[in-house]
Design a protein around this ligand. Sequence first.
Ligand SMILES: [Zn+2]
Length: 113
Amino acid sequence: MALPTYKDIVELLKKGATVEAQEQIMALREGALLLQEENFGLREKVKNLEESLRIKGQLTFDGSSYWLYDGSKADGPFCQHCYDTSGKLVRLQDWGERWSCFACKNYPEKKRR
Ligand SMILES: [Zn+2]
Protein backbone atom coordinates (compact mmCIF):
# COMPACT_ATOMS: atom_id res chain seq x y z
CA MET A 1 0.00 0.00 0.00
CA ALA A 2 1.48 3.30 -1.12
CA LEU A 3 0.66 6.07 1.31
CA PRO A 4 -0.12 9.55 0.01
CA THR A 5 2.70 11.97 0.64
CA TYR A 6 2.51 15.24 2.50
CA LYS A 7 3.57 16.94 -0.76
CA ASP A 8 0.64 15.34 -2.68
CA ILE A 9 -1.81 16.61 -0.07
CA VAL A 10 -0.35 20.14 -0.11
CA GLU A 11 -0.59 20.17 -3.93
CA LEU A 12 -4.26 19.15 -3.74
CA LEU A 13 -4.96 21.93 -1.20
CA LYS A 14 -3.17 24.50 -3.37
CA LYS A 15 -5.42 23.48 -6.27
CA GLY A 16 -8.43 23.89 -3.97
CA ALA A 17 -9.26 20.18 -4.20
CA THR A 18 -10.20 19.93 -0.52
CA VAL A 19 -12.37 16.82 -0.85
CA GLU A 20 -9.55 14.89 -2.53
CA ALA A 21 -7.13 16.27 0.06
CA GLN A 22 -9.42 15.05 2.87
CA GLU A 23 -9.57 11.60 1.27
CA GLN A 24 -5.78 11.51 1.11
CA ILE A 25 -5.53 12.60 4.76
CA MET A 26 -7.93 9.78 5.73
CA ALA A 27 -5.84 7.29 3.74
CA LEU A 28 -2.74 8.62 5.50
CA ARG A 29 -4.38 8.20 8.94
CA GLU A 30 -5.46 4.66 8.11
CA GLY A 31 -1.95 3.85 6.91
CA ALA A 32 -0.45 5.29 10.09
CA LEU A 33 -2.75 3.09 12.21
CA LEU A 34 -1.77 -0.02 10.26
CA LEU A 35 1.90 0.84 10.64
CA GLN A 36 1.41 1.40 14.38
CA GLU A 37 -0.16 -2.06 14.73
CA GLU A 38 2.57 -3.66 12.66
CA ASN A 39 5.22 -1.82 14.70
CA PHE A 40 3.68 -3.08 17.94
CA GLY A 41 3.69 -6.66 16.63
CA LEU A 42 7.31 -6.37 15.51
CA ARG A 43 8.38 -4.92 18.87
CA GLU A 44 6.77 -7.90 20.61
CA LYS A 45 8.55 -10.27 18.24
CA VAL A 46 11.93 -8.58 18.87
CA LYS A 47 11.34 -8.72 22.64
CA ASN A 48 10.59 -12.45 22.48
CA LEU A 49 13.59 -13.14 20.25
CA GLU A 50 15.88 -11.16 22.58
CA GLU A 51 14.58 -13.18 25.53
CA SER A 52 15.15 -16.44 23.62
CA LEU A 53 18.68 -15.37 22.75
CA ARG A 54 19.41 -14.40 26.36
CA ILE A 55 18.20 -17.81 27.56
CA LYS A 56 20.09 -19.64 24.83
CA GLY A 57 23.28 -17.84 25.88
CA GLN A 58 22.87 -19.03 29.47
CA LEU A 59 21.87 -22.59 28.63
CA THR A 60 24.26 -25.51 29.07
CA PHE A 61 23.62 -29.12 28.12
CA ASP A 62 25.12 -31.71 30.44
CA GLY A 63 24.52 -34.59 28.00
CA SER A 64 21.11 -35.34 29.47
CA SER A 65 19.37 -32.10 30.44
CA TYR A 66 19.74 -28.33 30.31
CA TRP A 67 20.92 -25.97 33.05
CA LEU A 68 20.67 -22.20 33.11
CA TYR A 69 23.81 -20.41 34.25
CA ASP A 70 23.49 -16.88 35.57
CA GLY A 71 27.01 -16.00 36.55
CA SER A 72 28.13 -18.86 38.78
CA LYS A 73 24.62 -19.83 39.85
CA ALA A 74 23.02 -22.83 38.12
CA ASP A 75 19.28 -23.24 37.79
CA GLY A 76 17.70 -26.46 36.59
CA PRO A 77 17.70 -29.04 35.31
CA PHE A 78 15.32 -28.48 32.40
CA CYS A 79 13.99 -31.03 29.93
CA GLN A 80 16.08 -31.38 26.75
CA HIS A 81 13.21 -32.86 24.73
CA CYS A 82 10.74 -30.10 25.65
CA TYR A 83 13.23 -27.27 25.00
CA ASP A 84 14.45 -28.72 21.68
CA THR A 85 10.94 -29.35 20.36
CA SER A 86 8.96 -26.38 21.73
CA GLY A 87 11.54 -23.91 23.07
CA LYS A 88 9.95 -24.16 26.53
CA LEU A 89 12.02 -24.60 29.66
CA VAL A 90 10.25 -27.34 31.62
CA ARG A 91 11.73 -27.97 35.06
CA LEU A 92 12.62 -31.60 35.76
CA GLN A 93 11.59 -33.29 38.98
CA ASP A 94 13.94 -35.32 41.12
CA TRP A 95 12.85 -38.95 41.02
CA GLY A 96 15.78 -40.52 42.82
CA GLU A 97 17.87 -42.34 40.18
CA ARG A 98 16.61 -40.20 37.28
CA TRP A 99 15.02 -36.86 36.51
CA SER A 100 11.38 -36.78 35.44
CA CYS A 101 9.60 -34.44 33.03
CA PHE A 102 5.92 -34.10 33.85
CA ALA A 103 5.24 -32.53 30.44
CA CYS A 104 6.65 -35.14 28.03
CA LYS A 105 7.02 -38.05 30.49
CA ASN A 106 10.74 -38.48 29.80
CA TYR A 107 13.08 -39.72 32.49
CA PRO A 108 16.48 -38.23 31.67
CA GLU A 109 19.56 -39.69 33.25
CA LYS A 110 21.21 -37.75 36.08
CA LYS A 111 24.67 -36.58 35.09
CA ARG A 112 27.49 -35.62 37.38
CA ARG A 113 28.11 -31.91 37.22
ZN1 LIG B 1 9.90 -32.78 28.71
